[in-house]
Design a protein around this ligand. Structure first.
Ligand code: PHE
Length: 373
């Protein structure tokens, strides 16, 4: 076949191709290694120099033409396919969007929210104070003057600077300094405590130089403070019982009050709760003296020491109060079944996905407190 006939045949068949697959098959048939146009090019080597001069450019031109025709056919078919898709497809705007990554609420935050909600039901406000405290609010005003042996009970982080008044600065070792700040704000200028009665909780971070399986250098407490007239230990016990029943969502919470010592409370009581082991987990409930049960220390508390009332601007002859401090991390472990405290602060996303809470769910406490004091 001469090259003209091959060229006409190729261009006609390319013009007639209906699909992209057909165009590709033609490309191989003409321009592939075994293709007919490629074969024409190979014949050039066997021609005389004169023939090559006249025929060579024509064969090259033919290859050029076929290549362009194939590209044109391909582009036209692709454009037609796009047109057809645009005409037939619609975008459904009512389809739900694909789910993106979601954060979760840390169990410590969840438990602080739950406690705030329970205490709010009983008329408690939430108070806060600085994490960098001065020595006076963290110790002295809480009846721990300098050189008081109880200061050694806290492994305190001291900061290099002092306050303008020359007080040493510390990372607060407990939330109790918020008691002092709250009392001073409530008592104000008046000598009899114009802002009383006081009912607050103070959740927050506290720091001690201590680290092992059950201690981390930063942990969380919730402080409680009530000041009023005629407040006594019975109010403390009832309040804690009511709150813990709501928190653990169980009616059978039994507390045991044990004499203890804190410089800022007098008398001081350690509060224990009964628990038992169920499937390898501590479950709070029942008396610690019941068969299969034991007592576990839960928190420290007591009646506000008269020196502390005075430091806060209240006359201890007229006002009484109770205070308590509870570890939030421990409460979270007990309620939600975590067993290693250090995992709380490792920042491992897998742990958070497992133990974290949805930010979209409001904390639900099935029972609430029921009684409003
Ligand atoms: N501040 C005490 C602690 O950190 C707890 C406590 C608070 C005890 C209030 C009594 C009253 O151990």
């Amino acid at each position: 076949m001469d090259y003209q006939a091959i060229g006409q045949d190729a261009l006609a068949r390319i013009a007639g191709a209906q699909t992209l697959e057909a165009v590709e098959a033609l490309r191989i048939e003409f321009l592939g290694k075994q293709g007919s146009v490629s074969a024409l090019l190979k014949t050039l080597g066997g021609l005389s120099p004169e023939e090559r001069q006249t025929t060579g450019p024509k064969i090259h031109a033919l290859r050029e033409e076929v290549t362009e025709a194939l590209a044109g056919a391909k582009a036209a078919l692709e454009a037609a396919a796009l047109e057809a898709r645009l005409a037939s497809e619609t975008v459904d705007l009512t389809l739900p969007a694909p789910e993106g990554p979601r954060g979760s609420v840390h169990p410590v935050s969840q438990v602080m929210d739950e406690l705030a909600e329970i205490f709010a039901d009983m008329g408690f406000a939430v108070a806060t104070g600085p994490e960098i405290e001065d020595d006076w609010h963290n110790f002295t005003a809480l009846n721990m003057p300098e050189s008081h042996p109880a200061r050694a009970m806290h492994d305190t982080f001291y900061l290099p600077d002092r306050t303008a008044e020359g007080r040493e600065m510390v990372l607060r070792t407990h939330t109790s300094p918020v008691q002092i700040r709250t009392m001073l704000a409530a008592s104000g200028a008046s000598s009899d405590g114009g802002g009383a009665p006081v009912r607050i909780i103070a959740p927050g971070r506290v720091y001690r130089s201590d680290s092992d399986a059950t201690h981390t250098p930063m942990f969380h407490q919730v402080e409680g403070l009530v000041i009023g007239k005629g407040i006594h230990l019975g109010h403390l016990k009832w309040t804690l019982e009511t709150v813990l029943k709501a928190f653990f969502e169980r009616d059978d919470i039994v507390l045991r009050l044990r004499p203890s010592y804190f410089p800022f409370t007098e008398p001081s009581v350690e509060v224990d709760t009964g628990y038992s082991w169920v499937d390898g987990r501590r479950v709070v409930g029942g008396s610690g003296d019941a068969p299969g049960h034991a007592w576990m220390e839960l928190l420290g508390s007591g009646m506000v020491n008269r020196h502390v009332l005075e430091a806060g601007g209240f006359d201890p002859g007229q006002w009484q109060g109770f205070a308590f401090g509870v570890g939030v991390d421990r409460l979270a472990m007990l309620k939600y079944g975590m067993n290693d405290l250090r995992a709380f602060f490792d920042g491992d996303v897998r742990w958070l996905r497992h133990y974290g809470f949805s930010a979209l769910d409001v904390p639900t406490l099935s029972a609430g407190v029921g009684v409003v004091a």
